[in-house]
Design a protein around this ligand. Structure first.
Ligand SMILES: Cc1cc2nc3c(=O)[nH]c(=O)nc-3n(C[C@H](O)[C@H](O)[C@H](O)COP(=O)(O)OP(=O)(O)OC[C@H]3O[C@@H](n4cnc5c(N)ncnc54)[C@H](O)[C@@H]3O)c2cc1C
Length: 213
């Protein structure tokens, strides 16, 4: 869903509307998006939309995986990533935008607005930060990354959260940026957990998604 609209700074830009915006489409972000979108046929999903913005630097692009559960040993991370993107593309409720988010901030009230370097904007009810543990170049949010708690390298980061990946209301962190160790299953698992937290709020009760073929 995109239209031409006046941007927050008065400039005209292509503006997309989403219920959930996920910044980062690597293991954590795509897992989060797939799990959210997999509930799109539930009545309480109510036509919601999820947008992923990604600029293509996932660590998976450097990996060959022999120990990721359910993944054929020796599979290239690029193949796994492409497979996850194809899986997400099967859902009508999901969109991937290629580009870099330069700024994200809260609008007066509740919603967030993210601005890409292209000038495109995404306005969203909820924001998930899944940019990996090496990069934090999104301006505008009042949260500063700290040293990563589980990696023995000084330049690895994480964003503190409440123990269930919530930084503040409607703002979540997923993948390694949430403090997970550098394994595909952990990054993807945190993404799925964030998705289930979001879906449970939409459903009005604790939920999960099974058997949505
Ligand atoms: C060489 C290597 C080998 C590995 N081998 C294995 C293995 O054998 N088994 C295993 O389980 N794991 C392995 N891993 C680890 C695995 O790749 C990571 O755990 C996983 O990719 C982390 O997921 P993530 O979503 O946190 O980050 P990533 O997958 O790195 O994704 C982060 C995404 O955010 C995007 N992004 C960041 N900032 C912005 C922005 N401002 N705007 C838009 N997009 C943005 C990036 O482009 C990227 O696509 C390996 C990693 C490496 C580097």
């Amino acid at each position: 869903m995109a239209g031409r609209a006046a941007g927050v700074n008065g400039m005209t830009a292509s503006t997309h509307a989403a219920d959930v915006l996920i910044i980062g489409g690597g293991a954590g972000g795509l897992s989060c998006a797939i799990t959210i979108a997999s509930a799109e046929t539930r009545k309480w999903f109510a036509g919601r939309r999820v947008i992923v913005v990604d600029d293509g630097t996932s660590d998976l692009k450097k990996a060959r995986l022999f120990n990721a559960p359910g993944v054929e040993p020796g599979m290239l991370g690029t193949e796994l990533l492409e497979g996850m993107e194809r899986q997400l593309a099967r859902y009508e409720s999901a969109t991937i935008l290629r580009g870099t988010v330069q700024r994200a901030e809260r609008l007066p009230g509740r919603r967030f607005i993210a601005t890409l370097e292209s000038g495109e904007e995404v306005v969203a009810e909820e924001l998930v930060l899944a940019t990996g543990y090496k990069r934090w170049d999104v301006e505008g949010l009042d949260h500063v990354p700290e040293p990563h708690p589980r990696i023995g390298k000084a330049n690895r980061i994480h964003l503190p959260h409440d123990g269930c990946y919530r930084i503040e209301p409607d703002l979540h962190v997923a993948g390694l940026l949430a403090g997970g160790s550098s394994q595909f299953a952990i990054a993807a698992g945190i993404g799925a957990q964030v998705a289930v937290e979001v879906l449970s709020r939409w459903a009005g009760r604790a939920t999960h998604v099974h058997d949505n073929a």
